[in-house]
Design a protein around this ligand. Structure first.
Ligand SMILES: Cc1ncc(COP(=O)(O)O)c(C=O)c1O
Length: 428
């Protein structure tokens, strides 16, 4: 299933026209396809069924309550990185004993919250954090803090430097060589309950080799620590990449098409390379996908405001900006851009830019797009992950509304912000 496709030349989210949604709710507008999220969750569980994984959706990718609710109903666990994310999961009735609490800088208050809510485990990223968690747990008589250490396996995952996490140049995890000693110390502490071990090597990984290399490197360590400390689970993290080019449906498996520069791994390749190694461990297997579940389940619909030419460049100025979707400005990320209406014949190279006062507020450079006119809408595809969740009010811009489509039904799952609300809490 792919939630976004053309019908009679016009773009639809499942059974609902994007132009119709923009008429009703205005632009910029995030639109999500519920069916796509369900489908991606089931596909992932399906290919990994031999290890019966607990999928812990990485909330940071998109933390809207409606999306958390869909995943919670499917039985998903959650990977959270703040007290706020944990509260969101609780708000939708997500099971706390399926939540793992990650992040390099958990505060004392957040640790207390995690303990009080009864998370499955804290994923610990430094020895000092381990001490802090033990100290917080120790203040409550008889309380043990469940923990797993995040191992930095020092494996290059490729991709953009800002989303690589698994090398010693990154702040994440505990270096591979130091992990066994850290478990020994933690194991001697009665305030801690050692439950598992975790890794996460990066995001938007489209080749299977980095996953295979990291898991292969981890296996002997995991086995040793499993036997020594009775660890129950191995969490292989998230990072599964998606296709950002040709992201529009074109046949049953449309979204697994070939990238321009490299061949994206298929879900089957991911599974067949990891499952045999993981199955032999005889442990619970956890996974923390974010982007894979929601990335291609969302688009950002925006209206063309103006066009202009400098003689050197042709610009199409739209009403969405980098504050609404920061990935192109932050990571030089590619997002396919499609006219929402029936594309006009022809193609013009254009920069699609937002209204924010930054030269970096650009969604694409010299992209060949069908001619667009004022008032036309465009859909910026694959915006479901790290779109709204990374948005801001920069330039005092209210953030867009979010709409969830399920079949032929659409409902607003977050109202558009109002300008007057933006200075609430400020004082003259
Ligand atoms: C620890 C951890 N787990 C999971 C994820 C989710 O990554 P992705 O959305 O690429 O699957 C991240 C994001 O970078 C992460 O830092």
């Amino acid at each position: 299933m792919h939630g976004f496709q053309r019908k009679g030349g016009k773009l639809f989210a499942e059974g609902v026209s994007l132009d119709g949604l923009a008429d009703r709710y205005g632009t910029p507008l995030y639109v999500y396809s519920a069916g796509t999220i369900v489908d991606h969750y089931r596909r992932l569980r399906g290919v990994l069924r031999a290890v019966n994984p607990l999928i812990c959706y990485s909330v940071k990718a998109n933390s809207n309550l409606a999306i958390l609710s869909i995943l919670s109903r499917l039985g998903s666990g959650f990977d959270v990185v703040s007290g706020g994310e944990l509260e969101r999961v609780r708000k939708v009735g997500g099971k706390m004993d399926r939540c793992v609490f990650a992040g390099v800088g958990k505060t004392r208050e957040e640790i207390e919250l995690g303990l009080r809510f009864g998370v499955k485990a804290f994923h610990v990223e430094s020895e000092e954090e381990l001490e802090q968690i033990a100290a917080v747990a120790g203040r409550k008589k008889g309380r043990h803090a469940p923990i797993a250490l995040r191992v930095n396996p020092d494996v290059e995952a490729g991709g953009h430097a800002k989303i690589t996490t698994g090398t010693y140049a990154n702040k994440f995890g505990i270096p591979y060589e130091l992990v066994a000693a850290a478990y020994r110390r933690a194991g001697a502490d009665p305030r801690l309950h050692l439950r598992g071990i975790q890794m996460h090597i990066g995001s938007q990984i489209t080749r299977v080799e980095p996953f295979r290399a990291a898991v292969r490197k981890m296996i002997p360590l995991v086995e040793r620590l499993r036997d020594r400390h009775g660890l129950e689970y191995f969490d292989v993290g998230g990072g599964l990449g998606i296709v950002y080019e040709d992201a529009l449906a074109s046949g049953r498996d449309g979204w697994w098409k070939t990238l321009r520069s490299e061949k994206a791994m298929t879900l089957n390749e991911y599974a067949t390379s990891l499952v045999p190694m993981l199955r032999d461990l005889k442990m619970d297997i956890l996974l923390e996908p974010g982007r894979f579940l929601v990335g291609n389940a969302g688009v950002l619909v925006s209206e063309v405001l103006y066009r202009k030419s400098t003689g050197q460049k042709y610009f199409t100025i739209v009403d969405a900006g980098m504050n609404d979707l920061v990935r192109p400005a932050l990571y030089e990320a590619y997002h396919q851009i499609e006219p929402v209406g029936k594309p006009r014949p022809g193609a013009i190279p254009t920069d699609v830019v937002g209204p924010v006062c930054e030269s970096g507020d650009v969604f694409c450079h010299d992209r060949s797009l069908p001619p667009l006119e004022r008032g036309d809408r465009v859909a910026i595809l694959s915006a479901g992950a790290y779109g709204f969740s990374m948005s801001s009010n920069y330039n005092t811009r209210p953030r867009p509304a979010e709409v969830l489509v399920t079949g032929s039904r659409a409902r607003v799952v977050r109202a558009r912000e109002r300008v007057a609300g933006l200075w609430q809490g400020e004082r003259k």
